[in-house]
Design a protein around this ligand. Structure first.
Ligand SMILES: *Cc1c(COP(=O)(O)O)cnc(C)c1O
Length: 392
């Protein structure tokens, strides 16, 4: 059996898979088993934030893998300690819990909120079109019926309101509300950017009513939007923040940061993760954080993002199929008048990888190391795909 047949025969059919079988990656490029080269403008769904196999990440992982791969969390280890310090230093005064996935960080935030509410307040206000992951708790927090409906009954304690609608949030708050959970830019939901005034109002409302402000930066964090964390654009500070995707530059790690003044609500035994924060993944994440700083990748995300958005706006002028172009840094989307999946397929045929989400949205989130030339090549192919195909 070949790779495709093996996957079909032996893995749960939870994924629609496309394209060739990839065997190698470098920067913004992937190679298939026949040596064909693809431009990857959506590396790892935002995970491979430094591109594929950044030499410093590969070197750090190789070195650490020969020294110490895993330790349980009841023993002391150095790599986790220094990563936690480095993360807190570039975020806000907080303490960190390490897990393995975005959803696991969200689960931690939900459990922390329950502790904070002391049994009397437990409800978390969530946003329509949000995405927080697929585990049972994260799913209950995800404001999208298509993901939730087959799995009812869901974990109770969530109340969904429209995104960017401050009065709706005010109205939804009751005596049982304990927290507000949102993405500063909804990724999976179509790259919907929080209004500046809105997020400031939400932060003030949370402070006034003793609600935890939980900012999900699983997709927007680690320099993606031109700042280390997207909340920095808004002049607010969250109480809790979740990170994952780009955090380990390809290795599976997530972090929940909790404001230091309340962090000690979690005590030994209240929460845990067997794999969480092991030496291998924390070493990779620490190296990734250094690379983002050493290579000025926040600034780069901003300039390359502006360049990409500019090119897409130009494209919009002679493409009636484009309704809108939006983005912050290198988190970019093109909203189309029809389904985006055929355009994704057409791009893939032309050896460029992008993403179709939320029906009619083409999402482009290149590595922060992407070059001007790569963006130009990619936009050219998107343009051809819009003109010459991908109409259904
Ligand atoms: C991807 C994503 C998650 C879920 O992450 P997993 O690692 O797939 O569990 C949660 N929140 C946001 C904003 C995401 O983009």
């Amino acid at each position: 059996m070949n790779t495709r047949e093996l996957l079909a025969e032996y893995t749960l059919p939870t994924y629609r898979r496309y394209g060739p079988v990839f065997v190698k990656g470098k920067g913004s490029w992937l190679w298939d088993e026949h040596g064909e080269q693809y431009l990857d403008l959506f590396p790892g769904w935002g995970v491979s934030i430094l591109g594929h196999c950044h030499p410093r990440i590969s070197a750090a992982v190789c070195e650490q893998a020969q020294k110490l791969i895993h330790l349980p969390n009841n023993l002391y280890q150095h790599e986790q300690a220094v990563l936690a310090r480095d993360l807190v230093k570039c975020a806000f005064p907080s303490k960190v819990f390490f897990g393995n996935s975005g959803a696991e960080a969200i689960e931690g935030a939900i459990k922390f909120s329950r502790l904070y509410g002391k049994g009397t307040r437990y409800e978390i206000i969530t946003m329509s079109n949000s995405f927080h992951g697929r585990t049972a708790g994260a799913l209950a927090a995800t404001g999208q019926k298509k993901y939730q409906t087959p799995f009812k009954p869901l974990l109770p304690g969530f109340r969904e309101v429209p995104f960017n609608d401050y009065p709706a949030l005010e109205r939804a708050c009751t005596d049982t509300t304990v927290a507000v959970l949102l993405e500063p830019i909804q990724g999976e939901g179509g790259v919907n950017i929080a209004d500046e005034e809105y997020l400031r109002q939400v932060a003030q409302f949370c402070a006034r009513h003793d609600l935890l402000l939980i900012v999900d930066e699983v997709q927007t964090g680690m320099g993606r939007t031109g700042r280390m964390f997207c909340y920095e654009h808004y002049g607010i500070t969250p109480d809790l923040m979740t990170l994952s995707k780009g955090l380990g530059a390809g290795l599976p790690i997530s972090a929940l940061l909790v404001k230091d003044t309340i962090a000690d609500l979690m005590q030994p035994g209240t929460h845990a993760s067997t794999f969480g924060g092991s030496p291998l993944v924390t070493r990779a994440a620490r190296e990734a954080l250094r690379i983002i700083k050493d290579e000025n990748l926040r600034e780069r995300a901003q300039t390359m993002g502006d360049f990409l958005c500019g090119a897409l706006h130009k494209l919009q002028k002679d493409s009636p199929r484009i309704i809108a172009v939006r983005g912050k840094g290198l988190m970019t989307a093109v909203e189309l008048s029809a389904d985006a999946a055929p355009v994704f397929q057409e791009c893939l045929k032309r050896k460029v990888i992008v993403n179709a989400t939320h029906g009619n949205v083409l999402r482009i989130m290149p590595a922060l190391t992407v070059t001007r030339e790569e963006i130009e090549q990619g936009v050219e192919v998107i343009s051809e795909s819009l003109k010459n195909g991908g109409t259904e």
